[in-house]
Design a protein around this ligand. Structure first.
Ligand SMILES: Cc1cc2nc3c(=O)[nH]c(=O)nc-3n(C[C@H](O)[C@H](O)[C@H](O)COP(=O)(O)OP(=O)(O)OC[C@H]3O[C@@H](n4cnc5c(N)ncnc54)[C@H](O)[C@@H]3O)c2cc1C
Length: 381
């Protein structure tokens, strides 16, 4: 098969590797508009069992990535100056560039050709001519999808909160969510170590806070200074670092139909999942696994593409729904922070509706007990 993939992020790279591993005769090319040695953002986090989802289908990829990951058994909620460690929530993280480099090496070893600094801007591009399969793996702002929203049945819900993806040289000892009340509103930082010397430091505020703080039109260096002042106690004197960092709003993307003809969507191009559930990269890789499996099961391209959606929709929809409930929790943080630290941490834990009181008790008996003292009615429920 002649397979052309637009976008060399986790979804496109991983699908390329799986297809080439399946049959080395496949002619697989990935076009990546960025250079080999740069990417956006800092580290990414994987929740729960990290890369266990890879293990069954791809021991080699699992073995390539896991030694480079930082892991912790717990997370910490910081409610102004009160720290609430919560046990029973495992996380693992890795620098985005490091992960992509490992994925490039893995794909190239299998015989995938990756063309860097190579933008594809139209399906009429001659490089796609004669392809049996064209994969739109070009991220949340995919033109492959945007060019045919009616065909894919695209829905995009732009969420109001503002976020900016920074890093810092402060090395944190656990994955943390720090909430600080300021005169402009609540500032939240999602922060975690992703290498022995670096941490991700993602700042999120409501739109109203963003406006009150005067971020609109503020120079990038002043924005950093402002955030450093808000989180001075957390940063311990270390600087906030930018990597083309700018304020964004989150688009919750969904598509009713995942392919049009021989053009199929994977990863963020297909659907985004809010970063607060730490699953975007994993979902992107799971899409690639499902698409590969569909081709394994079905001979023809139309059959395989139909099977892909059938296989992948049920598990994916569950996480997507949870991500959308999670993002709304952050939109209401200015209200919910007014409850005390215990209630706030409990509300964080139960925000997606997938964790009930019994599950909080199982993961962190201390938190469950502290909450029961304040709300004995949960014991009756
Ligand atoms: C602020 C933020 C924090 C996040 N944190 C996490 C996290 O902690 N954990 C997690 O799992 N996920 C996180 N994510 C989500 C995660 O980054 C994405 O879900 C994941 O990268 C999706 O992979 P992808 O391959 O679909 O798309 P991308 O990673 O976006 O890759 C798409 C690629 O396509 C390329 N491209 C685009 N247009 C073209 C073109 N025209 N021609 C050629 N190439 C093109 C781009 O350069 C890019 O390399 C975060 C996202 C954001 C925005």
């Amino acid at each position: 098969m002649k397979i052309r993939i637009i976008g060399g992020g986790p979804a496109g790279l991983y699908f390329a590797s799986l297809m080439k591993r399946e049959d080395p005769r496949h002619d697989v090319v990935v076009y990546e508009r960025g250079p080999r040695d740069a990417t956006w953002g800092f580290g990414v986090v994987f929740s729960d069992r990290a890369l266990e989802f890879l293990r069954a289908d791809d021991e080699a990829m699992y073995a390539a990535l896991t030694p480079h990951m930082e892991t912790w058994p717990n997370l910490t909620i910081v409610h102004n100056d009160t720290r609430i460690p919560i046990t029973g929530n495992g996380f693992a993280s890795i620098g985005r560039l490091e992960m992509l480099n490992l994925m490039y090496a893995h794909a190239e070893k299998l015989g995938v050709r990756i063309e860097f600094a190579s933008e594809v801007a139209s399906l009429a591009d001659p490089r796609l001519a004669g392809a049996d399969l064209v994969v739109g793996a070009n991220g949340a702002f995919s033109w492959v999808r945007a060019e045919n929203e009616a065909g894919f049945g695209t829905r995009i819900d732009w969420r109001p909160n503002r976020f900016i993806w920074y890093g810092t040289s402060r090395v944190f000892d656990s994955l943390s969510l720090t909430f600080r009340e300021t005169e402009h509103g609540v500032f939240c930082a999602h922060h975690y170590r992703y290498s022995p010397t670096m941490s991700t430091f993602l700042v999120e505020v409501t739109d109203a806070t963003w406006r009150r703080a005067g971020f609109e039109g503020m120079r990038p260096e002043d924005t950093i200074r402002h955030c450093e002042r808000v989180f001075a106690k957390d940063l311990g004197g270390e600087p906030i670092l930018s990597n083309n960092s700018y304020w964004r709003q989150f688009p919750a993307v969904w598509n009713e139909r995942w392919h049009v003809g021989n053009v199929v969507l994977v990863g963020d191009a297909l659907r985004t999942a809010h970063f607060s559930i730490g699953s975007g990269t994993r979902l992107a890789m799971e899409d690639a696994i499902a698409l590969w499996k569909a081709f394994r099961e079905q001979g023809s391209v139309p059959e395989a593409l139909a099977r892909y959606q059938e296989l992948r929709l049920p598990p994916m929809q569950k996480i997507w729904d949870a991500a959308n409930v999670s993002l709304r929790w952050y939109e209401e943080m200015d209200e919910s922070i007014k409850s005390g630290p215990v209630e706030f941490a409990y509300s964080y834990m139960t925000r997606t509706g997938r964790v009930n009181h019994a599950e909080v008790r199982r993961r962190d008996p201390g938190l469950a007990e502290a909450y029961e003292k304040l709300h004995p009615e949960v014991l009756a429920a």
